[in-house]
Write a protein that binds this ligand. Structure first.
Ligand SMILES: CC(C)(COP(=O)(O)OP(=O)(O)OC[C@H]1O[C@@H](n2cnc3c(N)ncnc32)[C@H](O)[C@@H]1OP(=O)(O)O)[C@@H](O)C(=O)NCCC(=O)NCCS
Length: 220
């Protein structure tokens, strides 16, 4: 599913159910040793998807540890991203010679709960939602906006090692072309080695919202 919204050069692994016989490396197992069973299963399946994705690049399965903020630590020369939500686990990886940043996110195609929308979007972003709903009913555009922001953060963080804040990017979504753009606000884009804007694609199928960003290296 997610490979359809990612460019050539990005390799993916996906699962719709937990892979109960998947193995973790000891260092990975230690990361979830005290976690609840549900978390252990999603983590394990996410790692299995990541190794499937790595094998698509011709790379061996290696432990994928995490930094202090949870970002997966890929082998040298690789960028990637992992996501999981109910009914979906996925990972996407690429070589740094082709792709500078990857971010993927999966969400249920359901409205955001409670007042989450207020916390994650700007007034401009909120004002655009009714127009999107009028153009393409049946899609929970608030959730898609949230997912686009999560993908943007996952692509952005490994480059900057900074938190972004959900209102630090202005995300515009194309209802017709299946694309979105996250423009980083000045406070974020002024950081060292910035990505001033990130372009991604979205897809809704099987009650899932998928968003994905793969930012090509600058000189390609
Ligand atoms: C970390 C975060 C991105 C996870 O997203 P989520 O939708 O809750 O959960 P998902 O299942 O889709 O993704 C979880 C995976 O994200 C990855 N992840 C966690 N922290 C990360 C980080 N700092 N950078 C990149 N990827 C990260 C991990 O691989 C994790 O799975 P794992 O722990 O099993 O390896 C989210 O909780 C968060 O902190 N968002 C920040 C929001 C923000 O500032 N957005 C900016 C908008 S422009």
């Amino acid at each position: 599913m997610i490979e359809t919204i990612l460019p050539a050069g990005v390799s993916c692994g996906e699962a719709r159910e937990d892979l109960l016989d998947a193995d973790l490396f000891p260092a990975e197992a230690a990361m979830v040793a005290r976690a609840l069973d549900r978390r252990r299963r999603e983590f394990t399946t996410g790692r299995a998807c990541a190794r499937t994705a790595l094998s698509g690049l011709g790379l061996p399965g290696v432990p994928i540890l995490a930094d202090s903020r949870g970002a997966p630590q890929w082998p040298t020369g690789v960028v990637g991203s992992i996501t999981h939500c109910t009914g979906y686990r996925g990972a996407a990886v690429a070589r740094t010679t082709e792709i500078r940043a990857v971010g993927v996110d999966a969400e249920p195609n359901e409205p955001l709960p409670g007042d989450v929308l207020d916390a994650i979007c700007t007034a401009d972003e909120r004002a655009r939602l009714p127009g999107l709903a009028a153009e393409r009913p049946g899609i929970c555009w608030d959730r898609l906006l949230f997912s686009a922001k999560e993908s943007a953060f996952k692509a952005w963080y490994p480059i900057t090692h900074r938190r972004l804040g959900l209102v630090c990017a202005d995300v515009t979504i194309g209802a017709a072309d299946g694309k979105f753009r996250a423009r980083l606000r000045p406070a974020a884009s002024a950081l060292r080695n910035p990505l001033a804007s990130l372009t991604g694609r979205w897809q809704v199928c099987d009650a899932l919202i998928l968003t994905a960003i793969a930012e090509p290296v600058a000189d390609r």
